[in-house]
Design a protein around this ligand. Structure first.
Ligand code: NDP
Length: 322
């Protein structure tokens, strides 16, 4: 089988397509033939070494495919099942082994591409709007990079829960996508300072919650956009990591809250994984949440997929087809 390998941390070119033996499932694992792999920003952090992993490394945390073999003791899935997962590194590959209790059955209405597009960003958007800050009707939320993979899902889910959504994006094309996903107001933060614009849009009050996966370039101004006792949910660092924060800044800003959440802490148990997946895949099956797969590449072109992601050239979901 073929898989992407990184032997030393580096740029997109550090990812090579290599021939490898197919992995065999150990106890509690299932072997899956992948039909689609999701590309996520976390794959960039692993590739560059910002997140540590044993080398050589096969990046990729998300995929969907068919179970081809199971190890001893596996009873929750069987050969032939259509499944999807997130949070299991090594997914940029034609075959993968995944702990069977991390696999989610794909509903019949959903394709493999839907599964690979939904899991990581969808479950993240789910926990951000239902658990990190359970968005309520009448609230106002700010979504940074609103046309990205995470952004489009956050706009839809916050809107579903009755919020007014303000999104930031870099281009007019992205603005149109954010609006179509439910953003009531879109700010081109490359052309306009988003902080005074958010203040204007909220009549000086500020937003209840900021969802920020951009990080370094938006964090500080994002804090200024919060109403007293609002929450900054910093969930990523596409523009680089946020420098250390003086906690007094939270007092000065109005008894603000800050959190830095991760998906793996929100699907740690089988129960929580299934609860969130059932709700998410249900919304997608019913058409309440729409996936946008805007970019697909064969595994051979993984380098190009990362170049476009880091170059802010992508919108919605990026898939690799192995
Ligand atoms: P996106 O599709 O959102 O791509 C990143 C976007 O960030 C770009 O398209 C761009 O949008 C914006 N951006 C702003 N500045 C920069 C910059 N300097 N370099 C690159 N991009 C920039 O990616 P994902 O949806 O995969 O991920 C979004 C964020 O969510 C990431 O930080 C990721 O780590 C995080 N994440 C966190 C999870 C968690 O549980 N904590 C789980 C999943 C994702 P624009 O051009 O409009 O500015």
């Amino acid at each position: 089988m073929k898989a992407i390998r990184v032997h030393a941390p580096g740029g997109p070119e550090s990812m090579k397509l290599e021939e490898m033996p197919a992995p065999t499932p150990a106890a509690g694992q299932a072997q899956v033939k992948l039909e689609a792999c999701g590309v996520n920003y976390i794959d960039v952090y692993f590739r560059t070494g910002a997140y540590k992993a044993t080398l050589p490394l096969t990046p990729g945390m998300e995929g969907a495919g068919t179970v081809t073999a199971v190890g001893p003791g596996v009873s929750d899935v069987k050969v032939g099942d259509r499944v999807a997962w997130s949070g299991i590194i090594g997914s940029y590959s034609q075959m993968h082994v995944v702990p069977s209790d991390r696999l989610v059955a794909l509903p019949s209405k959903l394709t493999f591409k839907d599964g690979a597009a939904a899991m990581l960003q969808g479950l993240t958007a789910h926990y951000l709007v239902t658990s990190t800050w359970p968005v309520k009707k009448g609230e106002t939320v700010l979504v940074q990079a609103a046309a990205g993979g995470m952004g489009l899902l956050l706009c839809q889910m916050a809107k579903m829960r009755g919020a007014t959504v303000i999104g930031t994006v870099s281009t007019e094309e992205k603005a149109a996508l954010a609006r179509a996903a439910g953003a009531d107001h879109v700010i081109l933060y490359t052309k306009q300072d988003f902080e005074p614009e958010v203040k204007r849009l909220t009549g000086g009050r500020g937003v209840d919650v900021v969802y920020d996966g951009v990080g370094a370039s938006t964090f500080d101004k994002g804090l200024n956009c919060l109403r007293p006792r609002g929450l900054m949910a910093l969930f990523g660092a596409a523009s680089g990591p946020v420098p250390p924060l003086d906690l007094q800044r939270l007092n000065a800003g109005g008894s603000l809250f800050v959190t830095r959440p991760s998906l793996n802490h929100h699907i740690a148990t089988r129960h929580e994984l299934m609860h969130r997946s059932n709700e998410l895949l249900g919304w997608i099956s019913e058409g309440k949440v729409k996936l946008r797969v805007d970019h697909q590449f064969p595994l051979e072109q993984t380098t190009e997929a990362h170049r476009q992601l880091e170059g802010r050239k992508t919108t919605g979901k990026i898939l690799l087809i192995p």
